[in-house]
Design a protein around this ligand. Structure first.
Ligand SMILES: [Zn+2]
Ligand SMILES: [Zn+2]
Length: 566
């Protein structure tokens, strides 16, 4: 069945398949013995995703005051937000009681605006955290079990890493996205089990190489694409060890200008090498991109270990029976239209940041630690049968929730994620800006919030990036006290000692772009979460791929690609 997205600026046609319909049926929540049918979506996949992402601040961090202790803390909430914010140690303690903010539901008013009032009343957790310990990693968010990290987001179990987004188990990596089980990698995108790679993407089991794309098992290679188990190759040509070493010595990686010229040369070379229509390993019946070890997944992107999932994105830990979920999984089952959920939770609907053994939670945010049967709640832990942070008996809960759902259905609210205008954050602070970038004016037109707050940056000197010495060998230690003005966004940024040491040890030039700009640049190297119909450039077979038909890449179907790799 075809539908037209009701967002006026989108209005794209989208398909609801028979398998989708079966999923809506299977996932329909049962409350107090009553099954609540899920209405068919009015928004296309992209608009549904954008709506969830507009709630999700993974990477905008500020210093502000904890409203309980008065101490300065690091927080995802800028100081100008209308929320009370508590440091995580206090938030997870019994020093306050989220149920004391409970209130009755008013059947004369819509649900969403009442929910926003509750959000503004209940103290918020300073950072996105679910009660697990991170060591010496104050300036990070949305992480689990990390150590000595700085500005790392949405990841887990890393050590000595800086400026990573979406990562699992890395060591000593700087500037990367979707890095897994890797060490000493710099400026890498979607690399797994790699060691000492620089400027690489979509490569697995590679080491000591630079400028790779789609390589597996390669070592000592430079500027190569689609190679398998090769050594000493330059621009896909076999060289001797001697030739390779002489070439590498001539590459002055500590010079900014030399690296930029080489990046350009590599992109030009890559553009002439074919790409596979869909990237991923060990999948069975999977449609999407960057999918791994998954089974029966449809329109899923950047995920691992998904089973019977549809429209999931960036779930890097195992999950089953998800529909419209962004981040993260890990023993997660049966969830619909949620964002940032996981850790042995199940039956979650229209939730943001609900995790850690939670069951049967609807329209709630920041609930954790074994909550079950909660509706329209904010910031609960270990609670059961609550509505708007108020305690009910099991029987009362079922009756009242069923009434509220009927009320929401009449108002056209039921079956939709929270509207973006009720988000905790400005659109530009959220992951929506990464995947669907908009200007302030565009946001205003579409009714999104915008955050204008800019923290002051302390520095002894402010230097435009272009005035930095070309070679990092000529950069003085004093740079740690300087604010560098990003060459693109014009925003000032600083570098930290550990980072400077990394650049010096590995003979790398100093970045001239703000960490956020570097993040956007890396995402620009990734394809959108979208599939297009086009034909294989070799055999003309019809394929579905994240490469739009008007893009210049040479796209091959799986069979033709496998014949082509060396
Ligand atoms: Zn749309
Ligand atoms: Zn083909």
């Amino acid at each position: 069945m075809q539908r037209i997205c009701i967002n006026s600026w989108c209005a794209e046609a989208f398909e609801i398949t028979d398998d989708d319909l079966a999923c809506y049926k299977k996932l329909a929540p049962v409350i107090g013995g009553q099954t609540h049918e899920l209405p068919l979506p009015d928004f296309c996949f992209s608009c549904r995703l954008q709506r969830r992402l507009a709630f999700y601040n993974s990477r905008s961090l500020y210093k502000r005051i904890c409203d309980f202790s008065g101490k300065q803390v690091v927080s995802v909430f800028s100081p100008d937000k209308p929320f009370k914010v508590y440091d995580k140690d206090i938030w997870f303690s019994d020093a306050w009681n989220p149920l004391s903010y409970g209130r009755d539901f008013d059947f004369d008013r819509p649900f969403f605006s009442q929910f926003r009032e509750l959000m503004e009343a209940v103290p918020q957790l300073a950072i996105t955290h679910f009660g697990w310990e991170n060591i010496n990693s104050e300036f990070t968010n949305d992480n689990y079990k990390i150590k000595n990290c700085y500005l790392t987001f949405d990841g887990e179990q890393a050590e000595d890493c800086y400026y990573l987004h979406s990562f699992v188990m890395d060591k000593n990596c700087v500037d990367g996205v979707h890095l897994m089980l890797s060490e000493l990698c710099y400026e890498c995108v979607h690399c797994t089990q790699c060691y000492a790679l620089r400027f690489a993407r979509y490569s697995n089991n590679c080491s000591d190489s630079e400028f790779l794309r789609d390589c597996i098992g390669c070592k000592n290679c430079f500027g190569c694409a689609n190679l398998r188990q090769k050594q000493y190759c330059i621009w896909n040509e076999q060289k001797t060890k001697q030739e390779y070493e002489t070439f590498l010595q001539s590459f002055e990686s500590s010079s900014h200008d030399v690296v930029q010229a080489m990046r350009k040369k590599a992109e030009d070379f890559f553009s002439r090498q074919p790409v596979k229509s869909m990237r991923g390993e060990q999948n069975q019946n999977v449609v999407g991109d960057n999918m791994n070890q998954s089974k029966n997944a449809h329109w899923c992107f950047d995920c691992y270990n998904q089973e019977d999932c549809r429209y999931t994105t960036n779930c890097m830990m195992p999950a089953k029976d998800l529909f419209d979920v962004h981040v993260w999984g890990d023993g997660l089952e049966l969830a619909y239209d949620c964002c940032v959920i996981g850790a042995d939770s199940r039956e979650l609907f229209f939730d943001y940041a609900v995790a850690s053994n939670c069951t049967d939670i609807l329209y709630s945010t920041y609930c954790s630690q074994g909550c079950s049967h909660c509706f329209g709640c904010v910031g609960l832990r270990r609670s059961k049968y609550c509505i708007f942070n108020q305690q009910y008996s099991e029987e009362e809960y079922g009756k009242l929730v069923n009434r509220i759902i009927d009320h929401m259905r009449q108002a056209g609210e039921w079956g939709r994620f929270f509207p973006s205008e009720y988000s905790f954050f400005g659109y530009n602070e959220t992951m929506a800006q990464t995947f669907f970038p908009l200007t302030k004016e565009e946001c205003k037109k579409r009714g999104y919030r915008w955050c204008d707050y800019e923290a002051a940056i302390e520095a002894t000197r402010t230097i435009p990036a272009a005035q930095l010495p070309d070679n990092s060998a000529d950069i003085p230690d004093d740079i740690l006290n300087w604010a560098i003005v990003c060459e693109v966004s014009k925003k000032p940024f600083k570098i930290i000692k550990q980072e400077l040491d990394f650049y010096r040890t590995h003979r790398l030039s100093i970045p001239r772009r703000h960490p956020n700009q570097r993040h956007f640049d890396r995402y620009a190297l990734k394809n959108p979460f979208k599939l297009f119909d086009r034909t294989c450039a070799k055999c003309s077979k019809a394929i579905q791929t994240s490469y739009a038909p008007d893009r210049p890449e040479i796209v091959y179907c799986e069979e033709c690609y496998l014949k082509e790799v060396y």
